[in-house]
Design a protein around this ligand. Structure first.
Ligand code: AHR
Length: 501
């Protein structure tokens, strides 16, 4: 039997709700069809946003949404996406499938969507192919209340009041699709571009996100920070609020990737060990950040993460459409637990991408919508948002997956306490076959009641439009409580959430 020790008296940090953030890109059927169907669609919508998707995302408690990319961001010219829709420029989305982008979803539509979702906004600006003026005018257009050319233009386009931009990304993957820059060149550009991301209203601060590294590119992190802080007087250290990190899990590597649904036990363990690697990345990039920012004022922003597989057979390779199995539920469960455990440094994370692309929480087909196993994990984990991380430890974990030459622990957890005193435990069983009995032990609190949910199934089980509820959250009530202890058995291949009163 494994023992899960929880010290309810030791709070280790605060879990920013944005750790549970999402990412929407003009890629495949994410924006068009997935989120936005237009006001005249037969699919039920409010101002063009599909009602079923918006309702599901609200229920999941989406805290923040990043837009418009990704690689698309560094080719996006925001003025193409404002004004009367019939007059908006059409362009080819060269990055993603070579389809026509008609710009019918632009700045106004993004804020409309976020208003409907009730979430914070994260806009990603264009450094790769855009000018400083273009970026500064976009910020002015969105956030300036007074009289100015851009504020006037916004008003002329029907939006009197300025919006709130919570986060602003100064470029995306500028080491690659965002301009193939060296870290030194990008850092100089970052310093310059961010200067003109003006904060017009102190009551509405914009957190500026500097473009960070891909996977284990520690050189990028080191060089960008070195240059960004070189000869900057202390009072200007606020030139950066966040530094991003991107990490995708490709079971077979970048070139081959591997099927989203057809894999064996060995690939399962390989994938999960790759998912767990994000912890090492956070720690090592975090250690470099500590040298420049020992007080951890700059957030690590994992604004692209998740499983990335070979596209579904018969679909446009440029659309990156993939299915989502119990393996994705575990990738989500493990990664979110790791983000919680590192909430002192990780301040936001955005899984890629929200609908119809990589590790999506929702898939759509015409008017049908399906919630993926990843959705159910985000839904189960939502109570961690804005809670305090608690100290926890599992004694008696086993190393599994050895036969596949990939060692992972069989159990992994994170624990938090919300302001009403409820303790939230999220626990993963990574084994393909072995259930595990657990004794949960609180330091001194006597347990009154536990409610719990579970997402479980065969390793490659998934939901389809014909069978949308094969994998879904189920109530779990096989728990025996005695004083400050509880005993239960977590089935193989499952993600669980327990709420302790
Ligand atoms: O998520 C797909 C792409 O992956 C994004 O556009 C880019 O930022 C990353 O390389």
């Amino acid at each position: 039997m494994a023992k899960l020790y929880i010290n309810e008296n030791h709070k280790k940090g605060h879990i920013n709700p944005e750790l549970y953030g999402h990412f929407s890109e003009h890629l495949g059927r994410c924006i068009y069809e997935g989120l936005y169907v237009g006001e005249n669609s037969v699919i039920p919508n409010q101002n063009g946003m599909r009602t079923d998707v918006v309702e599901a995302l609200k229920e999941m408690k989406i805290p923040v949404l990043r837009w418009p990319g990704g690689c698309f961001a560094d080719e996006y010219h925001w003025k193409d996406g404002i004004g009367p829709k019939e007059k908006r420029k059409k362009m080819i989305n060269t990055h993603w499938g070579g389809v026509v982008e008609d710009n019918s979803f632009g700045t106004h539509e993004f804020f409309e969507l976020c208003e409907q979702l009730g979430c914070k906004t994260y806009i990603n600006g264009n450094v790769g192919s855009g000018t400083v003026q273009e970026m500064s005018e976009w910020v002015e257009y969105m956030t300036f209340e007074g009289v100015s050319p851009m504020a006037d233009l916004r008003k002329a386009n029907g939006h009197e009041k300025a919006w709130k931009v919570d986060y602003f990304g100064v470029g995306n993957e500028n080491w690659g699709c965002g301009g193939n820059m060296t870290p030194q060149f990008y850092a100089d550009n970052y310093r310059r571009y961010q200067t003109y991301v003006r904060i017009y209203d102190d009551q509405k601060p914009i957190s500026k996100i500097c473009g960070g590294a891909n996977v284990a590119d520690y050189y990028w992190t080191e060089e960008v920070l070195k240059k960004a802080f070189d000869n900057v007087p202390e009072q200007f250290h606020g030139l950066m609020d966040g530094l991003s990190l991107h990490y995708y899990v490709h079971p077979e590597g970048w070139e081959i990737k591997g099927s989203a649904t057809e894999f064996d036990d060995a690939v399962w363990y390989k994938t999960l060990s790759k998912a767990l690697y994000i912890e090492e990345l956070i720690e090592k990039h975090g250690a470099i950040m500590d040298q420049y920012d020992p007080e951890k004022k700059i957030g690590m922003i994992v604004d692209e993460w998740g499983g990335w597989y070979t596209v579904e057979p018969g679909t446009n390779p440029g659309f990156l459409y993939q299915q989502n199995t119990m393996r994705d539920a575990l990738i989500a469960g493990l990664s979110l637990n790791i983000f919680n455990q590192h909430c002192d440094r990780v301040k936001m994370a955005n899984i890629a991408q929200m609908v119809n692309v990589l590790q999506s929480v929702i898939l759509t087909e015409g008017e049908k919508m399906v919630l993926t196993p990843t959705y159910h994990v985000f839904h189960m984990y939502r109570d961690h948002q804005d809670a305090d991380l608690l100290e926890s430890y599992i004694a008696g974990t086993k190393e599994i997956g050895k036969e596949a030459e990939f060692k992972v622990p069989n159990l992994q957890e994170s624990v938090s306490v919300s302001s009403d005193g409820t303790i939230h435990v999220t626990l993963n069983n990574l084994s393909v076959s072995e259930a595990e009995e657990i004794e949960l032990v609180l330091t001194e609190k006597s347990i009154q009641k536990i409610t719990a949910g579970i997402v479980t199934g065969a390793i490659n089980a998934y939901n389809t439009f014909e069978e949308p509820n094969k994998i879904q959250e189920q109530t779990f009530d096989q728990i025996k409580i005695t004083g400050n202890k509880a005993v239960f058995t977590i089935p193989a291949c499952s993600v669980m959430a327990l709420h302790i009163r």
